[in-house]
Design a protein around this ligand. Structure first.
Ligand SMILES: [Zn+2]
Length: 200
């Protein structure tokens, strides 16, 4: 069974403060064109998306430079942003670690972007030392202070970051595989359809 961990992309999708909002316009109509099409304008960090190292580090790899197998693998869900919780999650090298904070319940509330938890420094160091390959968050950003030190540490260690995940509560303690494939923009980031495969 596949569980969708991605938010809906439409005109109501909120944007990180300062980022562009999604604009969707119909470009073709049944009445005039015989078919339907739309033009969508959106930022590279819209909705559930993946940050490549190039997002924060000049000259670092873009999404196109990141090996494709970085975006799928064994998932581990960690309840909260604490080192203790991460240590109890049996994190192995190459795991994709998703942190459940519950912030996704407030995705459409302004507080989602102003009052959210981030990882303590020792947790960031632990993830790097465990050689995880991808980190995911159900918050708007890995950082909540100027200079973006957490982004820079993870991305500097070649660990891309998934932001704005949802539905992590439904993973509970089941073993699962993650597929987090970003759109093939060779840029600093791109929206991704992130799913967890639970069971067969
Ligand atoms: Zn981002």
């Amino acid at each position: 069974m596949l569980i969708d961990l991605s938010v809906q992309l439409d005109s109501d999708t909120p944007a990180y403060p300062g980022d562009p909002h999604i604009r969707i316009e119909q470009s073709e109509r049944f009445e005039t064109d015989g078919y339907v099409g739309h033009a969508a304008t959106l930022g590279t960090h819209t909705g559930t998306h993946i940050d490549a190292p190039a997002h924060m580090i000049p000259g670092a790899p873009t999404l196109g430079d990141v090996p494709l197998d970085t975006f799928s693998g064994t998932g581990k869900v960690v309840n909260g942003l604490s080192l203790t919780a991460a240590r109890s999650a049996d994190i192995q090298p190459g795991d994709i670690v998703l942190f459940y904070t519950g912030m996704s319940d407030q995705y459409y509330d302004p507080s989602y972007f102003t009052n959210y938890p981030v990882m303590p420094d020792e947790l960031v160091d632990y993830l790097i030392s465990q050689r995880v390959k991808l980190v995911g968050l159900d918050t708007c950003s890995a950082d909540n202070q100027p200079g973006f030190p957490i982004h820079k540490k993870l991305l500097g260690a070649s660990i891309p970051i998934i932001e704005n995940l949802t539905n992590l509560a439904s993973l509970a303690n089941n073993p699962f595989q993650v597929y987090a494939l970003p759109l093939k923009f060779n840029l600093d980031g791109a929206p991704a359809r992130v799913v967890a495969q639970v069971g067969a």
